[in-house]
Design a binder for this molecule. Structure first.
Ligand code: AP5
Ligand code: MG
Length: 214
């Protein structure tokens, strides 16, 4: 199955991508995680975009499109994948369509801005395996260490309140038009992401199972 996850920063895309990945045995591909890994590794790409992502702006379309082209060509993607945070602009969606890989569903996780601002302060992430936690809503079973791999958890640099506001503005301006893009293609499904993680997972899985059954 090829799944595009759409949603504002902090809507829970990464959290749900992890669950879907485990249930369906397909990789979750987060352009955000790939870019942050490049920044940490100090690659030329990482150096070029570090300041940009910290400010909440988007990386240029060509860069992310080539990351996706390369990643989706890997062997583990042959039975499908989950795209978390890509596409994020209409040109990215058009470039993806030109790759000819296909899309089964664009699943939007909808959460209003006020809820997102409250959520972001408590997010903790694993810099090694990418697992995501929340101090209140989804604490790690190992406290300040990752429940999956044991690495010390960190706070993302772009989770400061000012940057979160900027990311929300960028989302509404540049990414939200994708709802219409996928609605017109008959591929958009929207689930509410305001309930707790488990309730949101139930809605996500119900929607995906209905599509798989078709
Ligand atoms: P990216 O890493 O994709 O960030 P984002 O879209 O801003 O989304 P987040 O990862 O912040 O949130 P999420 O929806 O994954 O939520 P999460 O599950 O963590 O991108 C970062 C940057 O990279 C961009 O700003 C841009 O610069 C660049 N970039 C990436 N892709 C790009 C592209 N295609 N084009 C151009 N630039 C690109 O959940 C958030 C928190 O809430 C967690 O703590 C979680 O535990 C908690 N939580 C989740 N669900 C619930 C729930 N139901 N109830 C309570 N708490 C919950
Ligand atoms: Mg994420």
């Amino acid at each position: 199955m090829k799944i595009i996850l759409l949603g504002a920063p902090g809507a829970g895309k990464g959290t749900q991508a992890q669950v879907i990945s485990e249930k369906y045995g397909i990789p979750a591909i987060s352009t955000g995680d790939m870019i942050r890994a490049a920044v940490r590794a100090g690659t030329p790409l990482g150096k070029r975009v570090a300041a940009l992502i910290e400010s909440g702006a988007l990386v240029d379309d060509d860069t992310v499109v080539s990351l996706i082209k390369e990643r989706t060509a890997a062997e583990d993607c042959k039975n499908g994948f989950i795209l978390d945070g890509f596409p994020r602009t209409i040109p990215q969606a058009e470039a993806y369509d030109k790759m000819g890989l296909g899309v089964d569903v664009c699943l939007e996780i909808f959460v209003p801005d006020e809820t997102i601002v409250k959520r972001m302060g408590g997010r903790r992430v694993c810099p090694k395996c990418g697992a995501t936690y929340h101090t209140e809503f989804k604490p790690s079973p190992k406290g300040d260490a990752c429940g999956v791999c044991g690495e010390a958890l960190i706070i993302r640099k772009d989770d400061s309140p000012e940057t979160v506001s900027e990311r929300l503005a960028v989302y509404h301006e540049q990414t939200e038009p994708l709802r219409d893009y996928y609605r017109k293609a008959g591929l958009l499904k929207t689930v509410e992401g305001q309930q707790n993680v488990e309730q949101t997972t139930a809605l996500v899985m119900e929607t995906l199972e209905a599509i798989r059954g078709c």
